[in-house]
Design a protein around this ligand. Structure first.
Ligand code: FAD
Length: 449
């Protein structure tokens, strides 16, 4: 395909879903324009600076099983990864109990203490399904749906005993979805199990250089919020409308990929495709507050690098920023109690004080000198998917197929991890008929002109 005859595709949203879509489109030969509302790319993977160093206030841990994401990194700037591992502690009877990826069996036995035979049987069935077939780790895995139906248990709290749901499932759904076990259907739990079965690394040079190097590959328009799509008489999407500098700009494209979180996509689509917009409103997102603080001494030890808090605490977890960055603490506020706190629009300073107050009785932090902090509250923070994912996905595919020239991707389609954003984006781009999107070849007269 010559550059001139290659189809022009707009990708809306410069988070990792949009970046992945733009990447795969370009690999397939399309000319891509990426539109991002903010001044920088990254979305919920974006970075900030604290005491002169880059910090991540969003997605940063890269699983060993993140094959698509790793392929992308190799291709973009081939930077190295550093070990992060899987290390998480919880408070039980006022004492700290640790699960470490290097002592997985021992850790699992700790979690299984007090579990009923039914808990163990069900957990093993779910794990077996995810281990056998990686696609069960996407949303809508058929085996998980069958188990969900067979057990007649719609939520995790119905499938497992209360103690086990709290001890084992809560840390997973809280971190990944900002949800409580009572809010998570069994059929959606495969994405969390995949996360638990993985082991983690971080980008050695950080997310910033990766985003920067990627931005050299495609045409990026920052501070360019798309407010609407353009539509032809036959219903086909023909471009995007951007609002900037107090006016609206209309850009023509052969195809548009909406890679924004479901509520944003719903807003953009409302005048153009109300049925799709209505469906997207079924996707739940929960808020999350993140603060990273630096101290003059290590707060965490090598053996205890993260602590998950019980349901009555707005602080859901606190952890060392890196395996050797134990004086840098990342506080995360998610889950039901955190929602109450976050609804009051707390300042970042209030969050750091709350975090320290909750952590200090278990891991002393107030005796250290705080050297600085940065953070933010994300209202569309963590995706907890559509309740009946399969029904939702089926209806979405049906409705979007009626809208030529438009595709959707995002964390609500395969799961809320960086790898799953890549999986959803790849599937989305593979499904685009680029030949049909290709502009007609110029006539002889046009070519001669
Ligand atoms: C605190 C936190 C920690 C996490 N940790 C991990 C982790 O360690 N590992 C992991 O794998 N995953 C992690 N995740 C999940 C992962 O970061 C997200 O699933 C992923 O970043 C979502 O990317 P996205 O592109 O779908 O959405 P977003 O990142 O939200 O991207 C959407 C983009 O669209 C832009 N936008 C919005 N409206 C418009 C518009 N009208 N026009 C143009 N652009 C628009 C936004 O500004 C944004 O840049 C974490 C998430 C959070 C919030």
């Amino acid at each position: 395909m010559s550059t001139q005859s290659a189809p022009r595709v707009a990708v809306v949203g410069g988070g990792i879903s949009g970046i992945a879509a733009a990447y795969y489109l370009q690999l397939r030969g399309a000319r891509v324009d990426l539109f991002e509302a903010e001044a920088t790319l990254g979305g919920r993977m974006a970075t900030a600076t604290l005491n002169g160093r880059e910090i991540s206030l969003g997605g940063k841990n890269i699983g060993m099983n993140y094959s698509l994401f790793r392929e992308f990194v190799r291709d973009i700037n081939n930077q190295q990864f550093e070990h992060f591992g899987l290390n998480s502690s919880r408070i039980e009877d006022g004492r700290i109990k640790t699960f470490d990826g290097s002592r997985r069996v021992q850790g699992m036995l700790g979690f299984l203490r007090g579990a009923t035979p039914r808990d163990i049987y069900r957990l093993l069935r779910l794990m077996q399904a995810v281990r056998r077939d990686r696609s069960e780790g996407d949303l809508g895995g058929p085996r998980l749906q069958r188990l969900h139906r067979r057990w007649g248990a719609s939520r995790l709290t119905e499938a497992f005993s209360p103690g086990f749901a709290e001890r084992f499932t809560r840390p997973l759904v809280l971190r990944m979805n900002g949800a409580e076990p009572a809010e998570v259907p069994v059929a959606n739990f495969g994405t969390n199990l995949c996360t638990a079965l993985d082991s983690y690394e971080q980008l050695r040079e950080g997310v910033g250089p990766l985003l920067h190097d990627f931005a050299q590959r495609v045409t990026v328009h920052t501070q360019a919020p798309v407010v609407q799509l353009q539509r032809a008489d036959d219903g086909a999407t023909t471009g995007v409308v951007i609002a900037r500098h107090g006016s609206q700009e209309r850009w023509q494209f052969d195809h548009v990929v909406l890679a924004t979180p479901a509520p944003v996509s719903a807003r953009v689509l409302l005048p153009h495709a109300p049925a799709v917009a209505e469906l997207l409103q079924h996707v739940r997102y929960y808020p999350v507050g993140i603060v990273v603080a630096d101290y003059d001494r290590d707060v965490f030890s090598r053996d205890v690098r993260a602590l998950v808090f019980p349901a009555d605490s707005p602080l859901s977890n606190a952890g060392a920023y890196g395996i050797d960055d134990r004086n840098r603490v990342r506080y995360t506020f998610s889950g039901r109690r955190a929602r109450e706190l976050l609804a009051s629009a707390p300042s970042v300073e209030r969050l750091v004080l709350e975090g320290e107050r909750a952590l200090d009785p278990y891991i002393p932090v107030r005796d250290k000198q705080r050297l600085g902090f940065a953070g933010k509250v994300l209202t569309t923070g963590l995706c907890a998917y559509a309740e009946d994912f399969s029904g939702f996905a089926e209806a979405l595919v049906r409705e979007v197929s009626l809208l030529p020239g438009l595709s959707l991707t995002g964390d609500y389609l395969a799961g809320a991890s960086l790898e799953n954003c890549f999986r959803a984006a790849k599937r989305c781009v593979d499904g685009i008929d680029l030949a049909a999107a290709q502009p007609p070849a110029p006539t002889l007269a046009q070519a001669a002109a």
